[in-house]
Ligand binder design. Structure first.
Ligand code: PLP
Length: 378
């Protein structure tokens, strides 16, 4: 379908093309100097001590769970209102997923109060998701973690460049997991990054990313090593040089693109309050600096969402839902049967995501909000 206003779009131009071509002409395509440079630049950008590039955010989450020694018998508390990868990654390790509710219709972040209610003697870690780029209540969550001796993993897939109290998201917990999937704020097609301030964790991440081998093909190519040992049952979760080159360009563009997302998101908020005051616009007045990954809204309870979305589709406007909550999926339904997640259920039933991407202009925002106005009348 050719959308007049798509949900998201890429900022890819000659800069990415030139960076890719340069890598191809250098004739070294697997993890090497370009990836090292990308990691160094990403670490500097987030003010993290270490950044480790990987194939995608899902494997970043898997490695984060592994380096925190999560396994069978352990419980991990996370929101159900997230992409399924956040929960799947926990289950790769054999650990048990425990869902906590989110705060309110105004704040879709995991609720510290419900985290505390779900802590058991088996709880080992909390995974927070900075929904749409808005910070979770990290001071309260870290205090809880300290009190109960729990590790904290941040799913920062929506929030590269976002911060709270002047500290970047992804550097509050033990490990931060970023995504460079195609529709994220910066993209390498598929790609991901881990951040940590713990040198030992960083070393284990690097080891597990590449088969548990003590040296890399790249080290051997440079003549620094000629053999290797294997000290863990690792994986091949490496990023390649083409993606790293794309990532370096996209990272340079990120601050301006996030600022543009903020302008457009503010424009949405203002127009929605004028033209469709019955719509709930979450995260207004939210603390910290968001990355404005998506523009979620909540429909009034009496509006049929399917009809509403079809109405916008007819006008060439693409919308989405973030998210069908994980505890509703067949795979998770049985295990989640005893969960009481009333706020998540309410949001999941009424949420619609409107188009938001840096190349959009305010005329397009106006057109979307006008379409929302008409769809509400239908
Ligand atoms: C996109 C996303 C992921 C998965 O990222 P991939 O890089 O596609 O593996 C995980 N969590 C959240 C919240 C996401 O939005």
């Amino acid at each position: 379908m050719d959308w007049k206003i798509p949900l998201a779009d890429l900022d890819i131009n000659q800069e990415e093309e030139a960076a890719l071509l340069a890598v191809l002409r250098r004739r070294w395509l697997t993890m090497g100097a370009e990836t090292e440079a990308f990691e160094a630049e990403f670490a500097a950008f987030t003010a993290a001590e270490h950044a480790v590039a990987v194939t995608n955010c899902t494997v970043a989450l898997h490695l984060a769970c592994l380096v925190l020694d999560l396994g069978p018998g352990d419980e991990v508390i996370l929101p159900s209102l997230t992409f399924v990868a956040t929960a799947n990654a926990v289950r790769y390790t054999g650990a048990t997923v425990v869902f906590a509710d989110v705060i309110s219709e105004q704040d879709f972040s995991i609720s510290p109060q419900d985290i505390e209610a779900k802590i058991s003697p088996r709880t080992k870690a909390i995974i927070v998701v900075h929904y749409a780029g808005y910070a979770c209540d990290m001071p309260r969550i870290l205090a809880l973690a300290e009190k109960h001796d729990l590790a904290v993993i941040e799913d920062v897939a929506h929030a590269p460049g976002a911060s709270l109290n002047g500290r970047r998201l992804g550097t509050w917990g033990e490990v931060g997991c970023f995504s460079f999937f195609s529709n994220k704020n910066m993209t390498t097609g598929e790609g991901g990054m881990l951040t940590t301030n713990d040198a030992q964790i960083a070393a284990r991440l690097r080891l597990l990313r590449s088969h548990g081998m003590t040296t890399l093909t790249w080290d051997r190519h440079k003549g620094h090593a000629w053999s290797y040992d294997v000290v863990a049952p690792g994986y091949n979760y490496r990023l390649d040089e083409m993606r790293a080159a794309l990532g370096r360009v996209q990272l340079r563009k990120l601050p301006a693109n996030n600022a543009r997302r903020q302008e457009l998101s503010d424009c949405y908020e203002e127009l929605l309050s004028q033209m469709a005051p019955e719509i709930t616009v979450p995260f207004s007045q939210h603390p910290g600096q968001s990355a404005y990954h998506i523009r979620p809204i909540l429909l009034p309870a009496h509006i049929d969402r399917e009809t509403f979305m079809a109405n916008l589709k007819q006008r060439g406007i693409q919308t989405s839902i973030h998210y069908p909550p994980i505890h509703h999926f067949t795979e998770y339904r049985q295990a989640a049967a005893h969960y009481h997640l009333p706020v998540t259920d309410e949001i999941a039933a009424r949420e619609v995501t409107l188009p938001l991407f840096p190349q959009m202009d305010t005329t397009a925002v106006n057109e979307v909000v006008t379409a929302v106005r008409f769809a509400l009348l239908d």
